[in-house]
Design a protein around this ligand. Sequence first.
Ligand SMILES: *[C@@H]1O[C@H](CO)[C@@H](O)[C@H](O)[C@H]1NC(C)=O
Ligand SMILES: *[C@@H]1O[C@H](CO)[C@@H](O)[C@H](O)[C@H]1NC(C)=O
Ligand SMILES: *[C@@H]1O[C@H](CO)[C@@H](O)[C@H](O)[C@H]1NC(C)=O
Length: 977
Amino acid sequence: MGSLTHLLLSVTVALGAVELISGYSFQNCIEVPFSRGKSFNCIRRKSKIMKDLIDGLPETAINLTITVNPVWQVPKNSFVKLPNLQNLRLDQNKLRAIEQFAFQKLNHLKSLNMSVNNISELNSSVFQDLHNLTFLFLTNNRLKQIPEGIFSNVLNLRTLTLRQNVLMNFSGIAESVSHLKHLTMLDLCFNNLTSLHSNASLPKSLTTLYICRNNLLTLGCKHSFLRFIQVLDFSYNSRLPAKAFQDVDLSRINYLRLRSSVKILEFLNISNVPVNHVDFSGTSLNNDTLLMELCRLLKKAKWIKDLNLDSNGIRNQTFDILRYCPEITRALNLSRNNLKSLGCLKFLMWQTHIKGITAEHNHFTSLPSCRKKGYFKDLEDLSYRYNRILSVNSHAFFHTPNLKLLKLNINTIAFLDRKALKGLKKLETLRLDNNLLTDLYNNTFEDLFNLQTLNLRNNRIAVIFNGTFLNLGNLTILDLGGNKITHIQPSGLEGLKSLSKFYLDGNNFKQIDTTLHSVFQDTLTTLDLQRNQICFLKEDVSYSPFMNLSRLSDLKLDGQQPYGLNILPRNLFRGLHSLKSLYLTNNEIPDLSPDVFDDLTGLKFLTLDNCCLGVAHLKPGVFKNLRNLTKLVLENMRMQNFSEEVFRNLTQLSQLQLNHNAIQSITLDALDSLHKLSYLDMRGSSLSCTCKNTLLQNWTVNNTKVQVVYLYNLTCPHDPKQKFYNFHTNVCYIDLGEYLFLSTALVIFLFTLIPVLYVKLYWRMKYSYYVFRSWFSERWRRLREEEENCKYDAFVSYNSSDEQWIMDQLLPNLEGKGSSFKLCLHHRDFEPGRYIVDNIVSAVYGSRKTICVVSKNFLRSEWCSLEIQLASYRLFDELRDVLLLVFLEPISERQLSSYHRMRKVMLKKTYLQWPGPDCIDPTQAQELFWNQLRRAIGTGSRLETEENYMSKGHATESNETEHCETYTSDENFYLLP
Ligand SMILES: *[C@@H]1O[C@H](CO)[C@@H](O)[C@H](O)[C@H]1NC(C)=O
Ligand SMILES: *[C@@H]1O[C@H](CO)[C@@H](O)[C@H](O)[C@H]1NC(C)=O
Ligand SMILES: *[C@@H]1O[C@H](CO)[C@@H](O)[C@H](O)[C@H]1NC(C)=O
C-alpha cells in the first residue's frame, strides 16, 4: 500500500510540474485584460530573480512592465523566450547588474525603461541586439559613464534619457551617440558634467538637448556643436558664465531655458540665439531697469511668442516697461513673482494681441472692477490660480470679453459678485473650484452662453437656487462635487439643455433629486452621486429618479455616508437600459433584490465591491438580464458561495473579481456558464484545499481560456504555507484507497480460506453438490419417499479389499443364522448402469441403517467417505441415527485425525470393534460383537431425545492392546439403545 500511495503521489507531482507550464496563470504577472496575451504587468512582487518574475509568459507578449520589485539583476538571455517584446519597463526595481546578453534576441524592442534603479555600469554590448530600439530611459541610476560603442547597433534610437545619474564625461556620451542618425532627444539633466567638450559631434537629427542641473563651468565645445539644436535647457548650471556662449552657434534655437544659470542680459548680448525664443523664467529680472534692458534687447526681434517671466522676484508692476518690448503674440507668464495685483492689465495696454496671461502663485487678494479700462480683444486664456483672491468684483473681466478659458481655481474666493463674470460671452471653460464660494446667484453665470465646462468643485455651496444655470444652454460638464449641497430648488437645473456629465459627489444630498429626470432626459451620460447621504427606507420608490435618463451610461452611487444606501429599492434603476457602468461600492446594503438590475440590459461594468452589509447572498436571477456585462467586481462582499443560478446569464462576462470573499468552493458548472470569461481574480479568497475543490484546482491549473490571477500564490486557508494549485488531491482518493485495501484484503483472505475450506469442507461441498444435483432432478424427493418404506435393513459400506470379511463373516451372521436382516451390498445390490453416486444415495436412503466397515483401506477410499458423509448427514442434520461404525482393525487417533468427519461421528457415538484373532477369547468376543450389531440394526432409526443421543463414555483409546480388553468387558462396550 505504501508504495502504491507513493506512486500515486509522484505521478500527481509529475503532472503538477507539467501543468505549471501549460496553465493559464502567471507566477508573478498579470495579463492585462483584453490585451489578448500582449500586455503583462509584473508589479510589486517579492521575487528577486528575474527568471521567476517572468516565468511562463507567452511568446505573444509585446508590452511587459516589471516594476517595484526587489529584482537586482538582469541575467543573460532573460527575455529570449519573449522575442516579440516591443515595450519593456524595468523601472523602479533594484537593478544593479545588467548582464552582457541580457536583452539578447529582442529585435523588436522599441522602448526600454530602466529608470529608478541602481545601475552603475553598463556593458558595452548590452544593447547589441536591440536594432529597433527607439526609446531608452535610464533616469535616476548611478551611471558614471557610458561605455564606448554601447549604441553601435541601436541605430533607431530617437530618445535617450540619462537624467539623474552621475555622468561626468560628456565627450564619451557624445561619441557614443554621434552616429545615431535618428536621435532627436538627449536628456542629461541632473548629472555631474562640467563641460561639453567633445571631439565627436552631435547627430544632426538631435534637436532637443537637456543639460540642466549639472556642474557646467564652461561649454568648451566647437562653434557649430549645438548648431542643430532647437530645444536646449541649460538651467541650474549656476557656475556657467555667460561668456561660455560667446562662440557657440545657437541660431536655430526655438526654445532655450537658462533659469538660475548665466547672467541673462550678458548672455543675450553675446549670443546669436534668437532672443525671442528664450525662456526668461528664473533669471532674476526683478526690477524695472533689468526689464527695460530686456525689452530693449528683445526689440531685436519684431515679435516674441511667449514671454516667460516666471520666478523673477518681480514685486510690483511698474509695467509700462512692457511697452518697450516687442509684441507678444501668444502668452505672458508672470507666475511665481511677488505681485500683489495686476490691476486691469493696464501695463499690457500696448500688447493688444496677447492671447494668454498666466499669473499663478502671486499674492493677489482681489480682482478689481474693470468696466472701462482697456480692452483686450484677443485675450483668450487667463489664469489666476494659486493666489489669495478673496473677492472678485463686478465686471472684473469686462475688459477681456473674449476669454475662452478662465482659471480662478485654488484661491480663497468667498465673494463672487453677481456681475463678476459679466460680459464673458465667449467663455468656454470656467474654473472656480477650490474656493470658498457659498452662494451662486441666478445671474452669476448670466452671460456665459457658451460655457461648456463649469467647475465649482470643493466650495461651500449649500443650495442651488432656481435659475442659477438658466443661460448655460451649452454647458456639457458641470462639476459641483465636494460642496455642501443638500438640495436643488425645483428649477435650479433649468436651462442645462446640453449637460452630459454631472458631478454631485461629496455633497449632502439625502435623496436623489427629483428634478434630475425632468431636465436631462436626452443628454445626461454621467451622473456622479458618490459620497452623499442618500439612503432609502423602502423597498420601492414611487418612481425611479433615473426613469427618463435615456442616455445615462455612467452612474455612481457608491459610498453613501455615513451608513450607506441601506436599501437598494427594487425599481431604482427602472428604465436605465442605456447604462454602461454602475458603481455601488461601500453601501452597507443588507440585501439585493433579485430584480433590482433587471432593466440594466446594456450594462458593461458593475462594481459591488464592499457594497453590502454582512454576508452577501446573491439571489438566483439577480444578474439574469445583464447579458452585456463584461466586467463584474464582487470584491470584499463576504460571499460564501458562488452558484450557477446566480451567474448563469452573464454570457459576455470576461472579467470577474472575487477577491476577499469567503467563497470556499466554486463549482465548475458555475464557471463554465461564463462562456467569455477570461480573467478571474480570486486573490484573498478562502478557497479551501479540500476534496470538494479538486475539480476546481484542476480547472484553474489546466484551462487555457481563463487567467486566474496569481493562482500560484493562492494559499490554503488552513495552512498559508500550502498552495491551492497543488494541494494534495490524492488525499481525496483515500476512499478509493480504502476500497483497494479492503478488496485486496478480501482477495487475500479468500485465497487463504479456499484451500482450508477445500481441505476441510471438500466432502461436505461435494456432497452438497450431489444433493443439490439430485434434488434438482427431483430424484431427491423420490428417494426420500422410498426411505419411508425401506428396501433394506442396512446398507453396508466397505472397501473391496475387505470383501473377504463381508462374505465370510458379516453376511452369514446377519442374513443367515436365524437373523434375517436384508443387507444392501454394492457389489451385489447396486443397479448396474446407474451412476454410482445415485446408487450410493439410494442405498443410504433406501436402508434403515448404514454400516460402515472401517479399515485403513476404507478410510482411503473416496466412495466410502461419501457413504459416511451421507449417513452422518442423516445423523447430524436429519437427526436419524442411521450410522453404525464397525472397525475391522484398530485405527489410532492419529490415523483418524485426518478424517475429520469420521472423528466427529466417533465422538458422537461409540462404535463396534471387530475382535481380531489375537484377542484372548476371540470366539466369545465375536459372539458378543454379532449380538451387539444385530441389536443395533434392529433399533429404530428415529432419534427420540437429545439424551438418547448422548454417549455415556468414550471407548476411544486406540492403542491396540487396550482394544481387546475393552471388548472383553461388556460394560465398556455399549451402543446407544
Ligand atoms: C503596449 O504599450 C503601448 C505603449 O504603452 C501602448 O500604446 C499599446 O496600446 C500597448 N499594446 C497593448 C496590446 O496593450
Ligand atoms: C523593426 O520594426 C519594424 C516594424 O515594427 C519591423 O518591420 C522590422 O523587422 C524591425 N527590425 C528588426 C531588425 O527587427
Ligand atoms: C556629483 O555632483 C554632486 C554635486 O553636484 C556632488 O555632490 C557629487 O559628489 C558628485 N558625484 C560624483 C560621483 O562626482
